[in-house]
Ligand binder design. Structure first.
Ligand code: MTE
Length: 329
């Protein structure tokens, strides 16, 4: 178990909040959590408090990040863990949950290389040890035009980046998923994707406070189908940027060649910022299908309007100053 509370008073709010309460309490604040990791006694964090207006908004005390809209409701754990994209385990939405049971996320090490002062191979416990886990409730928008709202537990990517001391020449960060065909049936076919799955960010994107490395959902350790034990979450980008089961982090001068761009350069780019004004060549990106806000997986909501940068424009817009946002990147 990566996530365990040191003592009751340090427990993350969601550990003492049943999932049903989490789902029903539409107005609450996601504070800086205080889950201790691997023997590290984290700071006591803010609790999840009912919001004064109870109107479905939340605020993160630490980051002050953007309020979810009134109609945003946290998706059910059933949906988040049962409707997945993780091609290493198959290409159907139900394949990851069905086929990831034999995947072993522990023990786990991450190789850090490239343009940094502190390269090496580090156990996940040591990578997380200096940091306090935080709750982050984010919209999650897949390029396929479906979306969820996911209560992640993770650490700010910027803090992890700092830990390895990138050199001035490092402009990008690349991430690789593990290759383990004996445990990942999809990897036995090179026709699905070229393995390993690779993703990357510009270093200033990686350093943005909204970007996290997630280790949990709903206060529970990440399930294999969600990318255990460590995955990226950059909520203003299409979901394919959120690379799962990370075993390698590289600091580079050149823009990494991310898997989906290599697979279909006419359809997927490097930046992949959520943008309702730029359609996918085969479908519109103006709207999305919200999944898992009811009690059953099949209860899809009506389509909703997709928001620029997935609703995080105020926070991340300046990263793309000067870019033509009517174009696809
Ligand atoms: N990472 C790896 N290694 N392999 C994948 O197939 N799919 C991506 C992303 N990360 C994928 C991956 C896509 S397309 C999406 S939408 C999200 O993971 C889905 O994350 P979720 O299943 O936890 O919702």
């Amino acid at each position: 178990m990566l996530i365990h509370a040191k003592k009751a008073s340090d427990a993350a709010s969601h550990e003492i909040t049943p999932e049903s309460v989490y789902l029903n309490r539409r107005g609450f604040m996601a504070g800086a959590a205080a889950v201790a990791v691997g023997g590290f006694a984290g700071n006591a964090g803010a609790a999840v408090l009912p919001a004064a207006n109870g109107a479905g908004a939340f605020e993160n005390l630490k980051q002050g990040y953007r309020k979810l809209g009134e109609k945003d409701q946290v998706s059910t754990y059933e949906a988040i863990s049962g409707y997945n994209n993780y091609y290493e385990f198959g290409t159907s939405k139900s394949d990851p949950a069905a086929n990831a049971k034999n995947f072993k996320p522990m023990p786990w090490t991450i190789k850090v290389d490239g343009l940094c002062a502190k390269p090496g191979t580090i156990a996940i416990e040591d990578l997380l040890k200096p940091h306090t886990l935080e709750d982050r409730i984010y919209r999650h928008r897949c390029v396929e035009a479906w979306s969820m709202v996911i209560p992640w537990v993770g650490v700010p990517l910027a803090e992890v980046v700092k830990q390895f001391e990138p050199l001035g020449s490092a402009k990008y960060i690349a991430f690789e998923t593990i290759v383990r065909p004996e445990e990942m049936p999809g990897q036995r076919s090179a026709r699905i994707l070229p393995w390993p799955y690779i993703e990357g960010l510009r270093l200033d994107e990686a350093n943005h406070p909204l970007a996290i490395l997630a280790v949990g959902i709903y206060g529970k350790t990440l399930l294999n189908q969600n990318g255990a034990p460590l995955r990226l979450v950059a909520p203003w980008k299409y979901g394919f940027k959120n690379v799962k089961s990370i075993v390698r982090i590289s600091f580079t001068e050149q823009q990494p060649k991310n898997t989906w761009q290599v697979m279909a350069p006419d359809e997927y780019g490097f930046y992949a910022n959520v943008n309702p004004h730029v359609d996918h060549p085969r479908w519109s990106q103006a709207t999305e299908r919200r999944i898992g806000s009811g009690n059953v997986l099949s209860a899809f909501e009506a389509r909703r309007t997709t928001l620029m940068f997935n609703g995080y424009q105020e926070e991340v817009g300046q990263l793309y100053a000067g870019m033509d946002l009517t174009r696809y990147y």
